[in-house]
Design a protein around this ligand. Structure first.
Ligand code: NAD
Length: 246
């Protein structure tokens, strides 16, 4: 194997019970990270087989839950010098039907959650020589996807939050966002349930003519969390097979 990029690093990954979060946690473990893995889904966490990692059931939309788990993670790992915010939910609801309940539910997980975690972890991140934050935004934060009212607003908001984190916390803490296109996970499988088109068909709109895989996203999360990206800060990288520029 290539060099272990995250040896000695102590990282929290949210949404680790499924999809991209799980792929990221798996790759980070292969690269020597000590991790604490958050998810609201206890079954998803229980099914993980990841070295050198604790799991915690956390509701990212609940500030108290995030604060308690972050402190417990810092104690268990000694400190925290990396975060990956991958937990998220998708509700495809056109603007006219977006009730306050839908709006607040999506905001809670996708935007408040990363804010709660970054804020709670800040005293620990500040103690590190070099710390990293990676936020999983979306193609939906870059373009205007029909019916993704609250979701698109949270993902664009996460890009804005990432820029401010980079500006306010640099140079010892770097923050970058990833904007995936259609990726084959439980989230997209949920979107096509009951329809004749599958996730593979959803991927046909990009230049690779396929959906991406969680492992492809994990490679970028690894790069942005490692010293290989030492001069990259405040950016959002689309990883979408070319969907966002064509
Ligand atoms: N799949 C895609 O095509 C796609 C595209 C762009 C962006 N994204 C984003 O990527 C991230 C990962 O999504 P995925 O595709 O792996 O989906 P996924 O559904 O496989 O994984 C999301 C995880 O987040 C967890 N989660 C949900 N609500 C939570 C809460 N309140 N507290 C803690 N954990 C919670 C879920 O239990 C799940 O394990 C999300 O932020 C999503 O918005 C996904």
């Amino acid at each position: 194997m290539a060099e272990r990029e995250l040896e000695g690093r102590r990282i929290i990954v949210t949404g680790a019970g499924s999809g991209m979060g799980r792929a990221i946690a798996t790759l980070f473990a292969e690269h020597g990270a000590r991790q604490t893995l958050f998810d609201i889904n206890a079954d998803g966490l229980a099914a993980l087989q990841i070295d050198n990692a604790d799991t915690m059931v956390v509701d990212m939309a609940n500030r108290e839950s995030v604060l308690a788990a972050t402190e417990a993670a810092a104690t268990a790992m000694g400190s925290i010098d990396g975060l990956v915010n991958a937990a998220g939910i998708l509700r495809v609801v056109p603007f006219a039907e977006t009730t306050p309940d839908v709006w607040h539910e999506v905001m809670g997980v996708n935007l408040h959650g990363p804010y709660y975690l970054c804020h709670a972890a800040l005293p620990h991140l500040k103690q590190a020589d070099k710390a990293t934050i990676v936020n999983i935004s979306s193609l939906a934060g870059l373009i205007a996807p029909e019916g993704m009212t609250a979701y698109a607003a949270t993902k664009a908001g996460l890009i804005g939050l990432t820029r401010v984190l980079a500006a306010d916390l640099g140079p010892r803490i770097r923050a970058n966002a990833i904007a995936p296109g259609v990726i084959k996970t439980a989230m997209t499988l949920g979107m096509v349930q009951g329809s004749s088109s599958g996730v593979d068909e959803m991927g046909l709109g990009n230049m690779m003519r396929r959906p991406g895989t969680p492992e492809e996203i994990a490679e970028l999360a690894l790069f942005l969390s490692s010293e290989r990206s030492s001069f990259i800060n405040g950016t959002t990288t689309a990883i979408d097979g070319g969907a966002s520029w064509h």
